[in-house]
Design a protein around this ligand. Structure first.
Ligand code: NAD
Length: 542
């Protein structure tokens, strides 16, 4: 086992923590130059545009070369989208549904290509990539099958019983801008777009350049399933270059990324008075109650902390364990963590993959070094692993973490978790709620009712009992999103599609309205209406 002491922040760390890892192979055979060329051709940019090259995290080798979109390209994409959106909105929901279910089947059938792409662009393991395929299967089936219910006209109680016929209608917003991140290249690129499309919108999307091939692959499959091409388009570029063009042209902004950028987007959307949904950062907590099954909770913590090398918005970075079970839990968690196989492989044989970008590695090593220099203890991992590839970092368990260390309350977005103990449930809840974030949380107990009661006290948009994140995330009929600095708005469920619509109330008044009829004085009419209001309350009407 190759442990590189020189990469550790100090020499006192445990060594030999992990089984032998695998070094990166070359790119998988499925990623042919022809495939990459077909996908990159979908970018809305001029033929002679400036170009940007991405690198594969496993090796650092060049991966793809994209034409970069200029603000004029973004505007042209919106102009095409506006025209296409009108006929798309007029396409019956049943036809949109057929296209989405075809897309669902294509994603499942071609999953190997998607898994290879995600691994090559993001550096994650195959099992982490596969969860994205599952997610897209669930999301596309759900919105295909429920869109008619969510979007169809709804009869509402009229102003005057029997005399007012009131209907709520839902109209698409128009052209939605989607800015999607690199950490879940398929899930995040397609998941939010699917709902926008099903609601009758067109989409102009800016995927993160690092993982744009996967996003383009998904769009390519949607075209194959029957979506008219101008209804979903992609642009590539930095936020500082084309962010304003996206914002200035959008009828709605769906943004996933950091809290800092989210604040800027919210402020710009406010100036234009358009809606925005913001899925932002987190510092998610897991609470292990004193009656938890320790072995299950320890396994759950591994699944909570290290998927996609911790580059998951809902992964756990703070672990609060009841004092009475702290030692047993830590022993079980640390020994499981040290058994994780780190490495690069285009198969299911590896547990923890690579970080995605050099800046992520810098953040992770910086947070660990800062914590260690201020007195934190490393229970597992703690070091980068250049022997495996340029961006690998060991799954890392810290304790003795105190306020003032960056890792205490700043999102690391990497495979680093801090373990704390608590005396009673009130303290555990207070600690879990002690950051400005509120995205996801996890509670472990043998008593389901107790777990659900504690969950309801945690300030987070999703809370899982005896699961890390997948139970809530996968409950697609329920809303998912952040409180506080973790965001605004929700994806999934009714909210996840209705946010892409304008509500319209059509009320048809028959016979008599609120104005007095010709031969009744206003005073008599006021008396009659007052009596009617009393009767309606007494009759229990809403
Ligand atoms: P980031 O905010 O730095 O960048 C996100 C994207 O925004 C990039 O594509 C960037 O080009 C673009 N951008 C920047 N300025 C813009 C502007 N003015 N207009 C339009 N686009 C603009 O985030 P990141 O570091 O790439 O992503 C990691 C962060 O994302 C983490 O904080 C993570 O928690 C969060 N995240 C949240 C969720 C969620 O569902 N809540 C999911 C994944 C990631």
């Amino acid at each position: 086992m190759a442990t590189d002491h020189a990469t550790r922040p100090n020499g006192a760390f445990p060594t030999g923590d992990f089984p032998a890892g695998t070094r990166a192979p070359g790119l998988p055979a499925s990623l042919t130059p022809a495939l990459i060329e077909r996908l990159t051709a979908h970018v809305s940019a001029a033929p002679d545009a400036a170009r940007v090259t991405t690198n594969a995290p496993y090796t650092g080798a060049p991966l793809a070369d994209f034409r970069v979109s200029a603000p004029e390209d973004v505007e042209a994409a919106f102009a095409r989208a506006r025209v296409a959106q009108m006929s798309w909105a007029a396409t019956p929901i049943a036809e949109r549904k057929r296209i989405l279910l075809r897309y669902h089947d294509l994603v499942l059938a071609r999953q190997d290509e998607a898994l290879d792409l995600m691994q090559a662009e993001n550096g994650k393991t195959r099992r982490d990539a596969f969860l994205e395929v599952v997610d897209i299967g669930i999301v596309s089936r759900y919105y295909a099958r429920t869109a008619a219910r969510h979007l169809g006209p709804k009869r509402r109680r009229g102003a005057i019983p029997l005399l007012t016929h009131t209907t709520e209608l839902r109209h698409p917003k128009g052209v939605v801008a989607v800015v999607s991140p690199w950490n879940y290249p398929l899930s995040m690129a397609a998941g939010d777009t699917i709902a926008a499309l099903m609601a009758g919108n067109a989409v102009v999307q800016k995927p993160d350049t690092q993982t744009a091939l996967t996003a383009l692959w998904s769009m390519d499959l949607m075209y194959e399933a029957g979506l008219p091409e101008d209804v979903w388009q992609m642009v590539i570029g930095r936020g500082s270059s084309i962010g304003d063009a996206l914002m200035d042209n959008a009828d709605y902004m769906m943004f996933t990324g950091s809290t800092a950028t989210g604040r800027r987007i919210a402020s710009d959307a406010g100036k234009r008075l358009i809606g925005a949904s913001l899925e932002l950062g987190g510092k998610n907590a897991m609470i292990v109650l004193d009656d938890a099954d320790i072995e299950k909770a320890a396994e759950g913590a591994v699944n909570a902390c290290f998927p996609s090398a911790g580059q998951l918005c809902v992964s756990v970075e703070r672990l609060y364990v009841a004092e009475s079970v702290r030692d047993a839990f830590v022993a079980a968690f640390v020994s499981r963590t040290k058994r994780l196989r780190i490495g690069a492989a285009y198969d299911y044989g590896v547990d923890v993959g690579s970080l995605t970008t050099p800046s992520q590695l810098e953040t992770v090593t910086g947070h660990v070094a800062d914590a260690v220099s201020k007195g934190a203890t490393v229970l597992a991992g703690g070091a980068a692993r250049p022997d495996l590839g340029p961006l690998f970092h060991e799954p890392t368990v810290l304790t003795d973490v105190t306020p003032g260390m960056t890792v205490y309350d700043h999102e690391t977005f990497g495979p680093v978790v801090s373990v704390y103990s608590y005396r009673d449930v009130d303290e555990a809840v207070a600690l879990a709620n002690s950051t400005s974030y509120g995205l996801n949380a996890s509670v472990w107990t043998r008593d389901g009712a107790r777990g659900r009661a504690v969950a309801a006290r945690v300030h987070a948009g999703t809370v899982n009992v005896n699961e890390a994140f997948a139970a809530a995330w996968g409950s697609i009929d329920a809303p998912m999103g952040g409180m506080g600095d973790s965001g605004l708005g929700r994806r999934h469920g009714a909210e996840g599609i209705l946010k892409y619509t304008e509500a319209q109330t059509v009320a048809h008044q028959r016979l008599q309205g609120f104005h007095p009829p010709a031969r009744i004085s206003p005073a008599t009419w006021a008396g009659l209406l007052t009596g009617a209001l009393k009767v309606m309350k007494a009759a229990g009407l809403r």
